[in-house]
Design a protein around this ligand. Structure first.
Ligand code: SF4
Ligand code: SF4
Length: 568
């Protein structure tokens, strides 16, 4: 029996989106008991990429002691998000570990061995006076706290809250639709923490200054509607409207919810901000309140653990980095019916290859399904062109055409059919009578297109670097040539005016030296030699030298006085 909320929600006109499906909900098994606090695991595995954009870079080393809430990996690039330690302990590894991803591949993670003390690091001061603060200061706090979209998209919240002056925001939408079967974490959060959500909504309003603020909740969540209405009306809030919307999958899609609440269509390949709308998940709003009012980074989230393969399904307030196996053990462990472990719901989730993967910021549900809940899938048959997939597609796409080109690996063509407008809701696969796993083809095509795009970006960057290097070498060569030309010009100028003077200077120096020698000789000739202190032998030797000199001079000049013979 469905409970009707006693509180009156806002009556306003609602619009339909194209397609969609009525699905069995399977939410009651996990909403029967309050949110439980999951125990601190012995080891936390924190992936560096828990968000869309660039992975964070480690700021700690193996062996380092960390405190709860301490920054352990910093954002890198304009679209990135930091990672914080979820508890106190010691960093025991930084390396590749299994992460929740359809590929099943490992990715860089920081592993912390918990010390059990759960001791907080010093947190930034609360900003209770946020209404007096500049929105830029609040955005900085939200970015620093590592908050990302918690509905599963994991886009950094601070980036989304800054659409730029060219996109003034008219409508702020809070997404409480939670339309996928089995998942109930947002429902339980709205029931139990409505006040925190509203605190976050008020902060978002202060940042965006929208004209209206709407909280959209599917009518299958009467307790959540009641809790939020009570908070809104109880505090005399008039500028926030709680709006009940019909239960129809996938009304929780950002573009679909925008259409339901405003009647406006988000442009193809565009964002809601382009039509003046920003949409955030209710859990994101609560995380914003924690960051701004308490200074707490995003280190935990509510996770639904459910399915026939789980002993005691429920919702758990879980530290980010807790291994799925630990959380499942706290939910009563596996039953003997378990056939498949899915991360997310049965429509948009994907099979996990191991339960060693950690809970991340985007983990909303662990579904341990039995064979009936997750049929192993009949073999795909050829497309019969029935058009059912296009009829249910909420993005108004042509899945059969996209499938055809994705299968042929014609990525350009599949993009021409607006591949990136596909929200991977799984409606097309669900209704396909040929059991073609259409969404898997679309995911593959997206991944390949991104990889090609990345490859192209890399080669563009390499080409730019190469061209810049060539330009630099050319510039250096030109500079060298210019320097040589300048040097030659100086030398040439020296030849023209300076060599003669140099030659004259040398000649003058030689002449001066010769003059000095001649003067010395003349002095020696004119000075009588002091022979008194010489020995007799020395005197004779000197006289012999003098005689030889005079004889030599006489040979040159016959008029000169012959010496040696005279003396002898
Ligand atoms: S629903 Fe399946 S069989 Fe029908 S048109 Fe689409 S892909 Fe083909
Ligand atoms: S998965 Fe994509 S193509 Fe299929 S129905 Fe959903 S939006 Fe359309």
């Amino acid at each position: 029996m469905q409970i009707r909320p006693r509180c009156k929600t806002t009556k306003r006109r609602l619009w339909h989106f194209h397609g969609g499906l009525k699905l069995a909900e399977h939410k009651e098994s996990s909403t029967g008991r309050p949110i439980a606090r999951a125990a601190i695991p012995s080891r936390l595995i924190l992936p560096l990429q828990q968000h869309l954009g660039e992975a964070a870079r480690p700021r700690v080393a193996v062996g380092e002691r960390v405190l709860k809430g301490q920054l352990i990996a910093a954002p890198h690039g304009p679209v990135s998000s930091p990672v914080h330690a979820s508890t106190s302990g010691v960093v025991v590894a930084i390396g590749h570990f299994p992460v929740p991803h359809p590929s099943g591949l490992a990715a860089p993670c920081i592993v912390i061995e918990a010390d059990g003390e759960d001791r907080w690091a010093e947190l930034p001061p609360p900003m209770e006076d946020y209404r007096k603060r500049d929105p830029a200061a609040l955005l900085e706090r939200i970015n620093d706290a590592g908050i990302v979209g918690m509905g599963g998209a994991t886009f950094p919240t601070g980036v989304k809250l800054d659409p730029g002056p060219e996109h003034p925001i008219k409508t702020l939408i809070l997404n409480g639709a939670e339309c996928e079967p089995y998942i109930s974490c947002d429902d339980m959060l709205m029931r139990e923490r409505a006040r925190r959500i509203l605190a976050g909504v008020n902060i978002l309003k202060h940042i965006l200054q929208p004209k209206q603020c709407l909280i959209g909740i599917e009518d299958n969540k009467p307790e959540a509607i009641e809790a939020l209405c009570t908070e809104v009306t109880g505090h005399g809030v008039t500028d926030i409207q709680v709006v009940t919307i019909p239960t129809l999958y996938p009304s929780g899609g950002e573009k679909q919810l925008t259409r339901i609440l405003t009647g406006e269509e988000v442009p193809r390949n565009g964002l809601p901000a382009q039509i003046g709308v920003v949409c955030h998940n209710v859990a994101t709003a609560a995380a914003v309140a924690d960051a701004v009012l308490d200074g707490k980074p995003l280190i935990s989230r509510i996770v639904t653990v459910t399915g026939q393969g789980i002993g005691e399904p429920g919702n758990f307030d879980t530290l980010i980095g807790t291994p799925a196996a630990d959380l499942i053990a706290q939910a009563g462990g596996y039953t003997d019916q378990v056939a498949r472990l899915i991360l997310g719901g049965p429509m948009m989730g994907f099979t996990l290859h191991t339960d060693a993967v950690p809970v991340t910021k985007g983990t909303n549900c662990l579904l341990a399904a039995n064979a009936a809940e997750a049929p192993s899938g009949e073999p795909a048959r050829p497309c019969i062109r029935c058009g059912e997939c296009a009829r249910v597609c909420p993005a108004r796409l042509l899945p059969q055409q996209m499938y055809w080109y994705a299968r042929c690996k014609d990525l350009e063509k599949v993009q021409d059919y607006n591949l990136f407008d596909c929200i991977e809701c799984g409606c097309c696969s669900h209704v396909c009578p040929s059991h073609i796993p259409l969404v898997q083809y679309f995911r593959y095509a997206k991944t390949e297109s991104w990889a090609q795009e990345e490859e192209k970006r890399k080669s563009d960057r390499a080409r730019e670097r190469h061209q810049a290097r060539l330009a630099r070498l050319e510039r250096l060569a030109q500079e060298r040539k210019a320097r040589l030309r300048k040097k030659k010009a100086v030398l040439h100028k020296g030849d023209a005016g300076g060599e003669g003077a140099e030659r004259d200077a040398k000649k003058a120096a030689i002449e001066a030296a010769m003059k000095r020698v001649a003067e010395k000789k003349a002095t020696q000739k004119s000075q009588p030699r002091n022979m008194e202190n010489l020995t007799e032998a020395q005197q004779r030797k000197l006289e012999a030298v003098d005689a030889r000199r005079r004889n030599a001079a006489a040979r040159k000049d016959p008029e000169a006085e012959p010496a040696a013979q005279d003396q002898e």
